[in-house]
Design a protein around this ligand. Sequence first.
Ligand SMILES: N[C@@H](CCC(=O)N[C@@H](CS)C(=O)NCC(=O)O)C(=O)O
Length: 276
Amino acid sequence: MTDTGKSYHKQCTGEALQTAQRHAADEDITLFAGCFCPFVQRGWAALEYLGIPYKVHEVDPYKKPQELLEVSPKGLVPALRLSNYTPPRALNESTVIMDFLEDLASTSTKRTLLPPITDPYARALVRLQSDHINRTLVPAFYRYLQAQDPTAQITGEKEFKAAIEALVALFERADKEVGGTGLWKEGGELGWADIMVGPWLFRADKVLKDYRRFEMPEGAKLTAWLKRLFEHPAFKCTCSTDELYLDSYERQVPYAFNRPNTSQVANAINTGRGLP
Ligand SMILES: N[C@@H](CCC(=O)N[C@@H](CS)C(=O)NCC(=O)O)C(=O)O
């Protein structure tokens, strides 16, 4: 495949655009978003599922406008501006944003992405799933996408598939020990780990498939879970059309052709450092 020099998108498309248009009015919470960003999609899907009022504000994290730096010290999306404080306060980091939204919902909308607080072991199993996603699966996704030579691509594919299989094993353990968590459970609801991992598996299904000929590991339960996840209204309404992801990952989000110095995530992977 050749690098056709495509540019990344500045505005979401498809269902995500419709959702952004429904959330264009001022609210106490503003989500600073970038349309291609999987970390943003975590916070966005959580806001949707938890039923918390919010406004979406799309910014270009590679241009780092002052208003973004005010809410996110490294100029990364996602970030939240909290206008119910005077002066307004802010939060960044997708996992911290998810914690915050979950806490907020526990006293407002009463919705939750976690097993009940009365079941600390089930909640701990979800934390284990989440820890695996953040420390192993997400970095494996970027290493695979950025790998340029064929040997590195084969290793990348193996590691990414192994990370998905290890997540499946954690879901199966939860099935056995606590009757299941999130959407993996038959008849279950969208859960914490579903949102933590969904954005990368969604992109794997499109971007890795196209740039690396990636195929998801086989398995009826895995396939059925992915379908439930991608079609869940709170997730689906934050998804843009396929070409937005394909274009974005080719260009400024330089992963697929590993263009130098265009993204903090790409630089971290290239230099063997932890993700920003
Ligand atoms: N650890 C951060 C990572 C966020 C992140 O890497 N966002 C990317 C977009 S997907 C970004 O803002 N990149 C701008 C840059 O690399 O300068 C989180 O979990 O929120």
